[in-house]
Design a binder for this molecule. Structure first.
Ligand SMILES: [Zn+2]
Length: 283
């Protein structure tokens, strides 16, 4: 099966703030492996081979206050993914408060070949719909992505990184975005886990342009969180959030997902097909 993991965190870890890197180190014994993957796309591809993953989306975003990540992450991820653009998909971002010209910076991401834009409200300290509160730059980001057919992923749910503010994690703020940008494909990361799943499911059923990325949800809990997952399978994507705290191994996540009482058709849809409709295989 052609599996896409739509959400992994291979990032320039040397940019992380001390408190953030501490959270990553504490979460796993072998953090040196992760540092090696962040230096070497070849090493990462080997790991992906070993767990049966064909493609992975490398989530990168600008969050100077909480994570220490600046706009340099965009060039970094674009360069990294050049090693194998068929298998390594780049995700970047423009931060409304940390860009002198949001329009120009968005156009630059398009030129870099960035495949997805990330918005991380608890780490970027903003609401996903803050353009209704006067943050016009956010509307420029959504509109430009919509025009270029670039999907936007929005983090929903909690975060345990020092300084993260969880009130921004409520998926309800995506309701405005889905209404105001009807042709924008919006990926809701983590389904509001672990406190806003009812809101998440309602929105996913209400909005045609809203998709669910199941990363960060332990596969064993997935059907407790989303008992009616099958109804939204056509707009659900497999992702892991590896190597974030609590996600030890992509292969283990796939095995646990495969063990769920879902039909083979639904599993294939989520592991493989939905992502292929959003990012078709390169010719
Ligand atoms: Zn993540």
């Amino acid at each position: 099966m052609f599996i896409t993991d739509c959400h992994i965190h291979i990032q320039p870890y040397e940019m992380f703030k001390a408190g953030a890197i501490e959270v990553m180190r504490k979460a796993r014994g072998k953090f040196d492996d992760i540092m090696e993957y962040s230096r070497s796309p070849k090493a990462l591809l080997k790991y992906l081979d070993s767990v049966g993953v064909e493609r992975a989306m490398l989530i990168n975003y600008v969050a100077p206050e909480v994570m220490g990540l600046t706009a340099e992450v965009n060039e970094w991820v674009a360069n990294y993914c050049r090693e194998n653009p068929g298998r390594l998909l780049s995700c970047g971002s423009v931060h409304p408060r940390h860009s002198a010209n949001v329009q120009a910076d968005m156009e630059q991401l398009v030129r870099l070949g960035i495949r997805m834009i990330k918005i991380h409200p608890p780490h970027q300290l903003l609401f996903a719909n803050d353009y209704v509160n006067g943050v016009k730059e956010l509307a420029v980001i959504y509109r430009t992505a919509e025009q270029h057919g670039t999907p936007v992923m929005v983090h929903t749910g909690t975060s345990i990184f020092p300084g993260a503010r969880n009130r921004y994690g409520d998926p309800l703020f995506l309701d405005d975005v889905a209404v105001d940008f009807p042709n924008l494909r919006i990926l809701m990361a983590h389904g509001g886990r672990p406190i806003w799943m009812t809101t998440a499911f309602f929105l996913l059923r209400r909005h045609r342009n809203l998709y669910l990325d199941i990363s960060g949800i332990p596969p064993k809990l997935l059907l407790q969180y989303f008992p009616r997952l099958q109804e939204i399978a056509a707009k659900t994507l497999f992702g892991t959030d590896w190597p974030s705290p609590g996600v030890k191994d992509i292969g283990q996540n796939i095995a646990e997902f495969q063990a769920l009482p879902l039909t083979e058709e639904v599993k294939e849809q989520i592991l493989s097909k939905t992502a292929l409709t959003i990012w078709p295989m390169l010719p």
